[in-house]
Design a protein around this ligand. Structure first.
Ligand SMILES: CC(C)(COP(=O)(O)OP(=O)(O)OC[C@H]1O[C@@H](n2cnc3c(N)ncnc32)[C@H](O)[C@@H]1OP(=O)(O)O)[C@@H](O)C(=O)NCCC(=O)NCCS
Length: 440
């Protein structure tokens, strides 16, 4: 028996050595189905850093170390900047509970749909006005504290709007069911594979789970992951607080990139230097944005999701392959895009609004929130963020009309690499002029 095995083994070896070619595609051709380009991505980052190292070194030699990480940390610890912002965040619970209690009343029918709607709209409007009025009047609040608290309130606004809409849909379905509408329609939201059905969801626990969950869209019975994977959790935590698992350290990189940016920003205050320095600011600004993307959309949201066993981890899609501007906006920030589709865009389309008008309305709302999140904390109304967002509409038309494939993709990258720093520099310039009085 062993002799036969030995013989057949030798035959297999023989076949192996004789036939060294197979029918196969080269890895870089799309037909190969190969998709692991992680090394190439790292190569891009290394090339990006190396190609700009000259500027970085020149700045160090000329201006010395301007950003000292230890000084930054001690400043954060000494200055209790977070207090007014933290108080604002604690107060936001009032609005959360107001939404829950309004929904409870609506569910039992002690208030009418119209009264409920008025109460919700009052609550939602206060959610936007109260923090901005507080930030504009409280002088001790810093721009960082302002952005954090206003960001929290904006997220709450979107979440509570979704909470109001989703519970209203549940009531409509309950009503339809009561009128013996078709079973398939009535089942859509409530009864298939669910643990909780309306109005059993109107509890503090359910509400606060939604508030902390990494989504802006409410639904009954979120998909849940079976368990908390401790190793996954620790890896995401490690990436959030220190760096990622590939020995890169985004935080140090951010400090380096700032070190690289500061002289350019200072120079940009001089008249006629704005254009030149926009060019030197683009790469560090873009790197910070890429690092932020990974830190927030991958590490942080996955960390929170893992902790809460929140099952839907689609926080971003392959926006880096965008060949149109609309593809980019529909794929880089999925929580916001999902909210826009579910609560704004599709309802408008269903009411018969034309597609272009509906898209423009979404970008208008998005432009308002971008401006709100920048202008109020900086206490400076300039509309740069608003115009930057609204410029996406003609840009989207231009790219889809005249460019496609790799050219379209390059145009999207160009708008990200060049467009953003221009808006950032406009705010930096105006902030500097307001607080230091001169551009020279
Ligand atoms: C405006 C916006 C919502 C358009 O998204 P889009 O995906 O390009 O829109 P589309 O026209 O392709 O349609 C999307 C959906 O609407 C549906 N739809 C299209 N026409 C419809 C109609 N007449 N009636 C009902 N649904 C319709 C599509 O079937 C599609 O549904 P699906 O997602 O379930 O497949 C998107 O660009 C966006 O989210 N912009 C703002 C993003 C933003 O500001 N982000 C901020 C990040 S900081």
């Amino acid at each position: 028996g062993s002799a036969i095995l030995k013989f057949s083994g030798q035959c297999l070896d023989c076949v192996f050595f004789c036939r060294c070619h197979n029918l196969q595609e080269s890895l870089l051709s799309s037909a190969s189905g190969y998709s692991n380009y992680r090394g190439i991505l790292n190569w891009c980052v290394v090339m990006l850093v190396l190609s700009n190292a000259r500027l970085f070194l020149e700045n160090i030699i000329k201006y010395g170390i301007l950003v000292d990480p230890i000084q930054v940390v001690s400043l954060f610890l000494k200055d209790p900047y977070s207090w007014p912002a933290a108080c604002l965040i604690i107060v936001s619970n009032v609005f959360i509970l107001a939404a829950l209690y309004t929904e409870r009343r609506l569910a039992v029918g002690t208030i009418s749909e119209t009264t409920g709607m008025i109460l919700h709209l009052f609550n939602l409007t206060s959610l936007l006005i109260f923090p901005s009025a507080s930030i504009l009047t409280v002088t001790s609040i810093t721009p960082v504290g302002g952005v954090l608290s206003l960001g929290t309130y904006t997220v709450l606004f979107l979440k509570l709007y979704s909470y109001m809409d989703s519970n209203k849909w549940c009531r409509e379905i309950r009503h339809a069911k009561a009128k013996r509408m078709t079973r398939s329609y009535s089942c859509k939201y409530i009864t298939i594979n669910t643990n909780v059905s309306y109005p059993g969801n109107l509890t503090h626990r359910d509400m606060y789970y939604f508030i902390f969950a990494p989504t802006l869209c409410y639904q009954l019975n979120f998909p849940r992951s079976p368990r908390i994977r401790k190793r996954f959790l620790i890896r995401r935590l490690f990436e959030m607080v220190r760096g990622n698992d590939q020995k890169h350290c985004p935080k140090i990189l951010v400090v380096c990139v700032f070190q690289w940016m500061v002289p350019s920003v200072q120079n940009s205050m001089k008249p006629f230097q704005v254009c030149i320095n926009t060019e030197t600011l683009t790469v560090p600004n873009h790197l910070i944005w890429l690092i932020f993307f990974y830190w927030f959309f991958h590490s942080s949201l996955n960390f929170v999701a893992e902790l809460l066993q929140f099952g839907d981890r689609e926080f971003y899609r392959d926006w880096w392959n965008s060949e149109t501007v609309t593809y980019f906006w529909a794929n880089w920030n999925i929580p916001v895009h999902k909210w826009c589709l579910r609560h704004f865009y599709k309802p408008m389309l269903r009411k018969g609004v034309n597609k272009f008008l509906a898209q423009t309305a979404v970008f208008l709302a998005s432009a308002f929130f971008h401006e709100y999140l920048v202008s109020v904390p900086l206490k400076m109304f300039r509309l740069w963020a608003f115009m930057g967002m609204m410029a996406q509409v003609p840009l989207a038309w231009f790219v889809s009309r005249f460019l496609n494939g790799n050219y379209g993709n390059a145009a999207v990258w160009m708008s990200l690499i060049i467009g953003q720093p221009i808006a950032v520099l406009m705010y930096v310039h105006d902030y500097y002029v307001i607080h230091y009085g001169s551009t020279t």
